[in-house]
Design a protein around this ligand. Structure first.
Ligand SMILES: [Zn+2]
Length: 481
């Protein structure tokens, strides 16, 4: 069945570059795009009117934790000062191995559903949403989204001692055991959900994995032909710890273990040698990243919350790094992340000429697809997958639109997304996800948030109750029922 989406602006792709077609047409058949152009003459079963709309390739988030992540909301700026107030180290509250005791399918859907609402059709998800692989694969199937995922593994679990100090519980065998589970996941589930679920190896971080586990990860990835993602240089603590342990920066460690290359997605990779927050500028990290064509997943919002920037998107790109965009944790809005990536680069370089809408739109589309080895994603051209986002730019927040990509990056958000297709199927229309009950996911997330608030350990705030201790913008009166 052939369907034509009649634009509007259509973001086509040819000769390695996006271009914009005004009053363009995008014709799909099955899960593929068969035509981008004007005045299509072939037979059609259906025409979708998308006049005044922007039709883009489905966006790709290269770093997402799909679970509820309510802890992040709660800790906000009140976390450990030594972990920058809201870094992930804040919620490593207790020893924990494996998946949650009470896996909840709806909770695992929250992050995925949220980033789909901003135009994401493909997400690289780390850790199967904190639920069992079977449940997560079922959830992906149900949502209709495209996901690269796998269980995360590491040697060290970081947890809080009774006095609140962070401790590393290092187990020499844990990383290898986790890797075996991850390899089994590849064998069991790669290609599930009609091919929309693909496996990726997810070693935890450069400071939580034994170098031998990293080497084995690279070997398995080559054998199984799957990509890798690893958190790298995500906070000064990690970078300094790796320097202390190995006398190498995280980037140098990864290079030494064979884990720098286009198909290894480095989560964050902010605190590299020479970063203004680090007392260390002695290694050639940026050059190494560039020489190896390494891929970085940049999720700027989380860093800006902490007062930090990647320094800078423009300099990473000019060094040869394949910069992509991640949506990390809630609020997961890739359009806003694109804007912040561009603006963060300008602030970091103190120049309005640093980074452009084109840089960050490429990052969220073709660059990400290249990192996954997918020439059929992140672009609209004949033969590519019919993964498509339709944004409504005919709204007051945009005003007059001359350049639709600039308008989206400068003034847009996920709230402007109107429809989403994955594999040629509408998974969202009229601003609502079609294949799951959004209200049910929301109710579940809200209930889990309340129970997490009540369960926050009191080491962080002394003996005060969580309600007293979590910072509020203003006093809230009433009992909340
Ligand atoms: Zn992460």
């Amino acid at each position: 069945m052939r369907t034509m989406i009649q634009g509007g602006w259509v973001v086509g792709h040819r000769n390695g570059s996006h271009y914009i077609l005004r009053n363009g047409q995008c014709v799909i058949e099955g899960d593929k795009i068969i035509h981008i152009g004007r005045a299509y003459q072939g037979e059609l079963k259906k025409t979708v009117n998308a006049r005044n709309r922007l039709i883009t390739p489905g966006l790709i988030s290269t770093h997402l934790h799909a679970g509820n992540n309510t802890s992040n909301h709660l800790y906000l700026d009140n976390g450990r000062p030594e972990a920058i107030g809201r870094n992930y180290l804040n919620w490593q509250a207790r020893r924990r191995d494996g998946v949650r005791e009470d896996p909840n399918r709806l909770s695992a859907l929250f992050g995925l559903a949220q980033c789909m609402r901003s135009g994401v059709t493909t997400a690289v998800e780390i850790g199967c949403g904190g639920v069992s692989p079977e449940i997560f694969v079922g959830a992906v199937d149900e949502l209709g989204v495209r996901v690269y995922t796998g269980p995360s593994y590491r040697n060290a679990l970081v947890y809080s001692a009774n006095d609140g100090r962070l401790e590393y519980d290092w187990d020499q065998e844990r990383g290898g055991r986790g890797l075996e589970v991850a390899v089994q996941f590849v064998r069991d589930f790669d290609g599930a959900a009609g091919g929309r679920l693909r496996a990726i190896l997810c070693p935890g971080h450069t400071d939580t994995c034994d170098p031998r586990v990293l080497v084995q990860t690279a070997e398995y990835a080559a054998e199984l032909r799957v990509p890798i993602t690893i958190h790298s240089a995500i906070n000064p603590h990690e970078t300094l710890r790796v320097l202390d342990t190995h006398r190498l920066s995280p980037v140098e460690l990864l290079a030494k273990q064979g884990l720098l290359g286009p198909q290894v997605i480095l989560g964050h990779c902010v605190f590299i040698s020479g970063h203004s927050w680090l007392p260390y500028s002695q290694s050639r990290d940026l050059e190494l990243l560039g020489e190896n064509g390494a891929t970085v997943s940049h999720a700027p919002y989380k860093y800006m919350q902490m007062g930090a920037c990647l320094e800078s998107v423009a300099s990473y790109i000019s060094a040869g790094v394949n910069v992509t965009i991640g949506t990390d944790i809630t609020p997961s809005d890739i359009v806003k992340e694109m804007r912040l990536a561009m603006l963060g680069s300008r602030i970091s370089d103190r120049s309005f000429l640093s980074s452009t809408p084109r840089d960050v739109f490429d990052a969220a589309t073709v660059n990400a697809a290249n990192a996954l080895g997918r020439s059929d994603l992140g672009r609209l051209e004949p033969g590519a997958k019919a993964d498509i986002a339709i944004f409504n730019l005919d709204k007051l927040n945009f005003g007059f639109v001359h350049d639709p990509i600039r308008a989206l990056v400068e003034a847009g958000s996920g709230a402007d997304l109107e429809a989403l297709l994955v594999d040629g199927r509408f998974v969202m229309a009229d601003g609502r996800l079609l294949l799951i009950d959004e209200d049910e996911i929301l109710a579940c997330t809200q209930a889990e948030g309340r129970s997490m608030l009540n369960a926050i350990p009191n080491w962080l705030w002394g003996q005060r109750s969580a309600d007293e201790a979590v910072p509020l913008a203003y006093t809230i009166e009433g009992d909340g029922t």
